[in-house]
Design a protein around this ligand. Structure first.
Ligand SMILES: Cc1cc2nc3c(=O)[nH]c(=O)nc-3n(C[C@H](O)[C@H](O)[C@H](O)COP(=O)(O)OP(=O)(O)OC[C@H]3O[C@@H](n4cnc5c(N)ncnc54)[C@H](O)[C@@H]3O)c2cc1C
Length: 436
């Protein structure tokens, strides 16, 4: 008996590794270098298509905690990342070539993994893990479209950044809806003329991420996707008639209309996450952090997702996927990686890891696992299963997905330490039970 893994990216490699190290034969289908994607440039597995940073390595950040969970679960991707790291402050950045080469070498030399260089154009038989990524080739998008009965799986992702509610400096803004209509669900971040001027100057000069082949034409088709920095370059006042318009908003603290206002909209019911309305952007992630933190209420903003603009193929997970990463209608088929609606290198690897473990369990006649919701990986998987399917959007690891702690801890650092402790304790206990 063998399992087929389609796609040798971060999720596919992690899934194949989990299966192989459990003694299961794996066929790994990867189309590169026969055919490439608009973003990949090498023939190596697990190529990082953009930044070489895998995000924070601090256990008190959700990304760092996810890495710790993955380390505990014996992730290949994290093991190699730690062996190829380059100094980057509190982040786990890697030498991207050594990283991809070492993973390729480990995969190629594992006796249980047979690598096939081919484009997969139909659903393979038996137990399958589909991990063809956000830039899946057309035939695979067609296969998934039919299996999930979707109308459109590929989007030009023009997402605005998301910040945590607790990192917003609420003393620098006010709640309220434009013209007082509806419930005051927006948090408004006002700027004076001087603050706006500084922001605008930095925004128009900030560095954009490189465009990938084939994207530009599509972006110009959708005026609604226009990045904020591009809009800003049309003129100093353009944003004041667009996303930063202050009309209909009175700052209750001064009784006056501010010069400019950035609105933050709740991203989840708890109000633990907020998106920057109209701030879809193609700026490099470091630049987003630098420039958007010039908005007074966002000086200390903690970004859980940066704005992105690229083709992103993902299924409507809440409709079709279980927290085990199996398709509801096809229990033999697992989906992993960015295709599931997780966002980011580590999140994609993490979903591959769980899909791999669960495919091995299914093959061995055991129940696939759903991890505890107090772990970041468990919470992400539950988000995929339980999010609102209308307007479903991809998600990074973040503490806003976790259930609240039993007791309220005011100190932010201590609260995060407690999240981490709760997650790792529960993961250990859980695995002791299921592995008995
Ligand atoms: C342009 C771009 C920039 C990004 N930048 C970042 C970033 O800086 N930081 C971050 O955390 N995340 C980033 N992401 C998001 C995401 O984390 C990465 O895309 C990540 O690589 C996803 O992992 P994956 O395993 O799902 O897909 P991938 O790593 O893309 O792997 C999918 C693999 O499947 C192969 N494949 C596709 N179709 C077929 C087929 N039909 N048959 C066989 N093989 C096939 C591809 O060649 C590829 O090797 C970016 C995404 C894109 C598209």
């Amino acid at each position: 008996m063998r399992v087929t893994v389609v796609g040798g990216g971060l999720a596919g490699c992690e899934a194949a590794w989990q299966l192989a190290t459990r003694g299961i034969k794996v066929s790994l289908l990867e189309m590169r270098p026969l055919k490439s994607t608009p973003a990949h440039q090498t023939e190596y597995f697990a190529e990082l298509v953009c930044s070489n940073s895998l995000g924070s390595n601090q256990i008190t950040s959700a990304g760092g905690l996810l890495k710790e969970e993955l380390k505990f679960l014996k992730s290949l991707i994290i093991e190699i990342a730690l062996q190829t790291f380059v100094p980057a402050g509190g982040a786990l950045a890697v030498d991207r070539n050594r990283f991809a080469q070492m993973i390729t070498q480990r995969i190629m030399s594992h006796p249980n993994i047979e690598v096939k260089t081919e484009e997969c154009t139909s659903l393979p038989e038996g137990i399958v893990i589909i991990a063809t990524g956000p830039l899946s080739s057309e035939p695979m998008v067609d296969v998934l479209t039919k299996m999930t009965k979707s109308e459109n799986l590929s989007f030009y992702d023009a997402a605005a950044p998301i910040v945590t509610g607790e990192s917003i400096l609420t003393e620098h803004g006010f709640w309220g809806a434009r013209y007082g209509k509806g419930t005051p669900d927006y948090f408004n971040c006002p700027m004076t003329e001087e603050e706006y001027e500084l922001f605008w100057n930095e925004l128009v000069q900030a560095e954009q991420a490189p465009l990938h082949e084939g994207i530009e034409d599509d972006i110009t088709v959708f005026e609604g996707c226009i990045p904020i920095e591009v809009m800003a370059r049309r003129g100093k006042k353009t944003l004041l008639y667009g996303p930063l318009r202050p009309v209909g908003l009175i700052d209750e603290r001064t009784g006056k209309r501010p010069f400019a206002v950035v609105q933050l909209r709740k991203e989840n019911a708890q109000g633990s996450l907020f998106n920057l309305v109209g701030f879809q952007t193609r700026l490099k992630w470091g630049e987003q952090r630098r420039v958007f933190r010039l908005i007074p209420a966002l000086q200390e903003a903690e970004f859980v997702r940066y704005g992105v603009m690229h083709r992103n193929t993902f299924i409507n997970a809440p409709k079709v996927l279980k927290a085990t990463f199996q398709l509801k209608d096809y229990p033999n088929v697992f989906v992993a990686g960015q295709l599931t609606g997780v966002e980011g290198y580590v999140e994609s690897s993490a979903s591959g890891l769980l899909a791999g473990i669960n495919a091995a369990r299914l093959l061995g006649g055991q129940e696939p696992l759903v991890l505890p919701e107090v772990t970041i990986l468990g919470a992400l998987a539950r988000y995929l299963e339980e999010a609102d399917p209308n307007g479903f959007q991809p998600m990074n690891a973040n503490f806003g997905l976790l259930p609240p702690l039993n007791e309220r801890i005011k100190d932010k650092q201590k609260r995060k330490e407690e999240y981490a402790k709760r997650s790792l304790d529960s993961l250990k206990q859980f695995l002791e039970i299921v592995q008995k």
